[in-house]
Design a binder for this molecule. Structure first.
Ligand SMILES: *[C@@H]1O[C@H](CO)[C@@H](O)[C@H](O)[C@H]1NC(C)=O
Ligand SMILES: *[C@@H]1O[C@H](CO)[C@@H](O)[C@H](O)[C@H]1NC(C)=O
Ligand SMILES: *[C@@H]1O[C@H](CO)[C@@H](O)[C@H](O)[C@H]1NC(C)=O
Ligand SMILES: *[C@@H]1O[C@H](CO)[C@@H](O)[C@H](O)[C@H]1NC(C)=O
Ligand SMILES: *[C@@H]1O[C@H](CO)[C@@H](O)[C@H](O)[C@H]1NC(C)=O
Ligand SMILES: *[C@@H]1O[C@H](CO)[C@@H](O)[C@H](O)[C@H]1NC(C)=O
Ligand SMILES: *[C@@H]1O[C@H](CO)[C@@H](O)[C@H](O)[C@H]1NC(C)=O
Ligand SMILES: CC(=O)N[C@H]1CO[C@H](CO)[C@@H](O)[C@@H]1O
Ligand SMILES: [Zn+2]
Length: 900
């Protein structure tokens, strides 16, 4: 990217050019304080609603005769609005909604003056919606009394506070909040802070008004309140400076079962507080398990909300990996208390600035609290796998980018932003080392707490820490370096070639593309170069030895410990920075030789072992290397005992296999059966596993072994899985999905119907998910179709999820992939209604990844609104895949045949 483009992007991302920002409020209003009174009605059944009044104390920076703030879907009686200042009151001449921008504009009879403080009071009311945004309704059924209980709870992030009360709904407009909640005494009301006092409602019998302590300056999206009659479980206090008291709330059924994750929270908060060296400023946190929730969880101040099934976990029937995933969500939310809540991005373009660090520190938190799990490394490896795969086409966008209206902002909350954001923070950490990184992070939090930042503020704090502690790195300009990673999409390929006589190493960079046709010549990055050589294979020293600069794309280097001509070098230990590496042929062969011939793989780190295979397969995909070379690297796999390299290469190979048909597909299956055999041989028998307690690491490796061995038809695996009679023994909890799938794949019609019946009679989501996925493994489409049609006809909130599960495993198993694709296409209209954007995207990509859809059919999907955006990516991936099928699949198969 050229300097000029970078500069332009910077300008846009800071948002100073209001002419590009039609969805932004005029930047002249400065709210100081909100006084919010909300009366919630949860009686009745259909018309649950709330009415309220907000008093906003604000100033203006410029004389003006109108006030523009946000409001959406609120009923406001304009005649009741008042605007006062010390000078008296100002009349509202006219009030109007701008639905497109979600503005509410008040036109005044007199100008507002810069020097004045104004109090604007607006009454409003609205139904409690069912959309899981703003102030919304949820419910649960009390199985004892067969009674439906309603509750009301907020979800304001990112742009939904405006659905609950009129406000200046932008993250940089921080203000203090005082919340007073009115409700029937059957319920309790919560917000970020404890109650000061309650008094009876003057007119409504048995209603109360409770005033809460004021909340310090914060963004509107972090304000929260709820009225409910959920049940609490014992409160816990946290080992933090303010001894924060935690209380968890959930429906009685869940309390009775006694399985939830809330107990981790006090420990997570305490760990993070010590790490940040900045006190968590509240005295209490209520954790709410809400039956319906738009996201997995939300980090609101003092009232953290979770989707119920992300908070509840029952060890005896749910997989450990799923517990880990829920725990990582929890860690993420509490990391937000510093990244997002205390230090907030100025605008949503820099969303990654809260999601990246929260994801990263969420992993570190789990590593600290659950050291046996090894979560951090495994999750980094997964995130990298996703990143390297996705970020190599044209349709990807930078993590920091200009965003416009609400819809656009919501789209920022993508897996891609979270994970690339986290990998970017990890890069910074590894690049600077513990001392500088934590010094920088702590000073960033301390300096900007209760305020707003853009990414340059993070670079600035890091730069200062570097100049205090990192004398060796002087002259580095972190903002230039890091901007090259956050302001442009994609990642580089670094090519290394050695002169084996002189010992000189040449490196250059280009952007890595999955297909040649896409080249843009002008991308470059600031790339830290850390070499490890065979002699001293230290993969823990991760600080850069050299830099490959941008725009200078090439360098020749004399390495510090000059490697001899018969020893390999490896660039980028632990894959600290997100780039691929290509070596000259001789260096590749030296690496391959070591992997094959030494006990501990020559000390090569597991993340690097995974990456070496991933890189070489990707280079062969694009014809920059040969599949012969790539497969000879894989020859070491029988000795591989770590799940990270195994998982990565199996994913990569399966993606190749998904594109093959006929004879090629059969050859591939034979190859895979042979490849996974040594992994499978490492696994203990399922019956044994049922009786032992396995560590997380063992579970992950075993799951991989069983899933792939049964998939590729290893007889022993299949007969073990079929050995469980699903009526009385479904196998070890962590392996049940594999047992289900294998039983359906090799079973008869009766087994299919029995499992479908169980699915229909159950209300237990994680079980239903496993059954849905298992049913998708069938070889008989007539059976599958019954299930899919049943799902499309039922109305439950989670049925779309099960549809995606079943269809995904059907496509993966291949037996009925084409029929399944037809089912999706025939039901495009109803799927467009039922599925959310993320589910739709995964379905479309699934068809592309399995090459079951034609270009024309893909184009036809354009008529569906929700399908539009994922289609861009899908169409591009479709082309990438076709090029591979036409030009390279034969090479791949030819190379495979050697190993049959
Ligand atoms: C309050 O609870 C009582 C007893 O459960 C019930 O009869 C009544 O309808 C409830 N009132 C409201 C407004 O929820
Ligand atoms: C709910 O309670 C309010 C206040 O008591 C009352 O005005 C309203 O009519 C009730 N609604 C229903 C549907 O019972
Ligand atoms: C509000 O007033 C400003 C001048 O202070 C004017 O530029 C702007 O167009 C007005 N906005 C609306 C919506 O009338
Ligand atoms: C604005 O509201 C605050 C808080 O209620 C009050 O203290 C102040 O006197 C009000 N100012 C005016 C001009 O009404
Ligand atoms: C709620 O969702 C429905 C359907 O998705 C939509 O039509 C409606 O406008 C939404 N309501 C609000 C208040 O956003
Ligand atoms: C529970 O109530 C629903 C309707 O409200 C009814 O259809 C159902 O039969 C009831 N179930 C029991 C067990 O009473
Ligand atoms: C208010 O609560 C009391 C005590 O629970 C009850 O006797 C009375 O009927 C309630 N009044 C209304 C209008 O719900
Ligand atoms: C005032 C207003 O716009 N109310 C609407 C809010 O949204 C619900 C459902 O989406 C509508 O029924 C209301 O009319
Ligand atoms: Zn988050």
């Amino acid at each position: 990217m050229t300097g000029i483009r970078l500069f332009l992007l910077l300008l846009l991302s800071v948002g100073v050019l209001s002419i590009f920002e039609p969805y932004r409020l005029p930047d002249i209003y400065r709210p100081q304080h909100y006084d919010l009174r909300i009366l919630t009605h949860l009686n009745g059944t259909d018309q649950l609603n709330f009415e309220g009044q907000v008093m906003i104390n604000f100033q203006v920076l410029d004389q003006t005769r109108n006030i523009t703030l946000h409001a959406k879907n609120l009923t406001i009686d304009q005649t009741q609005i008042t605007l006062t200042s010390k000078r008296g009151s100002n009349c509202i001449v006219k009030a109007e909604f701008n639905d497109d921008k979600e503005f509410y504009i008040l036109h005044l009879s007199e100008d507002l003056q810069q020097t004045e403080q104004y109090n604007l009071t607006i009454p409003f009311k609205s139904p409690l919606n069912r959309n899981e945004t703003g102030y919304y309704r949820s419910s649960f059924n009390d199985s004892l009394t067969n009674q439906t209980h309603y509750l009301a709870v907020t979800q304001f992030s990112p742009t939904f506070a405006r659905l609950a009360f009129p406000c200046f709904d932008e993250p940089h407009l921080k203000a203090t909040f005082k919340v007073t909640l009115g409700y029937h005494k059957n319920y309790t009301g919560f917000t970020s802070t404890p109650i000061v006092k309650c008094e009876d409602h003057k007119n409504l019998e048995n209603y109360t008004w409770c005033e809460h302590e004021p909340l310090f300056r914060t963004s509107t999206y972090l304000v929260a309140y709820a009225v409910h009659n959920l049940t609490s479980v014992a409160t816990q206090s946290s080992d933090t400076v303010h001894n924060v008291t935690f209380t968890s709330w959930m429906q009685p059924k869940v309390v009775a079962e006694g399985h939830f994750l809330g107990n981790l929270a006090p420990k997570a908060l305490s760990y993070l507080e010590k790490l940040m060296e900045f006190s968590f400023p509240l005295r209490k946190v209520d954790q709410l398990a809400v039956p319906t929730h738009k996201f997995s969880a939300m980090e609101n101040w003092g009232l953290v909300t979770f989707k119920e099934n992300r908070f509840v976990h029952n060890d005896s029937i749910e997989m450990l990996e799923s517990k880990e995933s829920k725990a990582s969500t929890l860690g993420h939310e509490y990391a937000h208390q510093w990244f997002g809540n205390l230090v907030t991005m100025k605008w949503w373009n820099d969303l990654w600035l809260k999601e990246g660090p929260s994801t990263y520190f969420g992993y570190l938190t789990l590593d600290a609290l659950m050291p046996d799990w090894g979560t951090g490394e495994r999750y980094f490896a997964n995130d990298m796998a996703m990143f390297f795969r996705q970020d190599a086409i044209n349709s990807t966008i930078p993590i920091s980018r200009n965003v416009q209206g609400s819809e656009d902002i919501l789209k920022q909350f993508s897996e891609y932003v979270y994970k690339k954001g986290s990998l970017t923070v990890r890069m910074l950490h590894k690049l600077l080392g513990d001392d500088v990184f934590f010094l920088g992070i702590r000073s960033y939090v301390k300096r900007h707490a209760y305020n707003n930042v853009d990414q340059s503020d993070l670079w600035q704090s890091m730069q200062e820490a570097l100049s205090v502690k990192g004398a060796k790195n002087e002259g580095l300009c972190l903002s230039t370096i890091m901007d090259s990673w956050t302001l442009q999409a994609g990642y580089p390929l670094v090519s290394v070639s050695r002169n084996y006589t002189t010992g000189i190493v040449s490196v250059n960079q280009t952007r890595f593309w999955l297909a040649e046709s896409q080249h843009h010549p002008d991308s470059c990055w600031w790339i830290p170069l850390t070499f490890v050589n065979q002699q001293q294979a230290n993969f823990n020293e991760t600080r850069p030895q050299f830099w490959l600069e941008c725009p200078s794309n090439e360098r020749t280097l004399e390495l510090i410990n000059k490697p001899s001509a018969d020893q390999w070098i490896i660039l980028n230990p632990q894959v600290n920075t997100i780039y691929r590496v290509n070596y000259d042929d001789r260096n590749w062969r030296l690496i391959i030789h070591t992997l094959n011939s030494t006990e501990n793989f020559g000390g090569i780190h597991e993340l690097n072992r995974a990456q070496l295979m991933d890189d070489l397969m990707a280079l062969s995909w694009t014809d920059m290397q040969s599949y012969e070379l790539a497969l000879s690297l894989l020859e070491y796999l029988p000795n591989e005992h770590h799940h990270i390299p195994w998982k990565r290469i199996l994913e990569v190979l399966n993606r190749h296999g998904d594109l093959l048909r006929g004879m090629q597909a059969r050859i591939f299956r034979v190859f895979m059966k042979k490849l996974v055999a040594p992994l499978y041989e490492r696994c203990s028998r399922l019956e044994t596993l049922q009786k032992t307690t396995l560590s997380m690491q063992e579970i992950v490796l075993h799951r991989l072994g069983y899933a792939e061995a049964c998939r590729y038809g290893l007889e022993n695996c299949i007969s073990q899985a079929l050995g469980f009679n699903l009526d009385n023994d479904e196998g070890p909890v962590d392996f049940q999905d594999i047992v289900y799938c294998t039983n359906i794949e090799h079973g008869n019609e009766m087994q299919f119907h029995l499992m479908m019946q169980r699915f229909q009679n159950s209300t237990f989501e994680s079980k239903q998910t496993a059954w849905a996925s298992g049913l998708g493994c069938t070889r008989n489409f007539t059976q599958l179709q019954q299930f899919l049609d049943y799902l499309l006809q039922s109305t439950g909130a989670t049925t779309s999820n099960y549809y995606v599960e079943a269809v995904t495993s059907a496509m993966r198993r291949k037996h009925v992939a084409l029929e399944t694709t037809n089912h999706i296409l025939q039901h495009a209209t109803i799927l467009n209604d039922k599925l959310n954007a993320k589910q739709i995207k995964s379905l479309i990509l699934l068809m592309v990844e399995n090459d079951t859809i034609s270009h024309e059919k893909l184009q036809e999907l354009k008529s569906f609104k929700k399908l539009k955006e994922p289609l861009e990516i899908a169409l591009e991936m479709w082309n990438v895949n076709q090029i591979w099928i036409r030009k390279r699949s034969r090479n791949f198969i030819r190379a495979l045949t050697k190993y049959l």
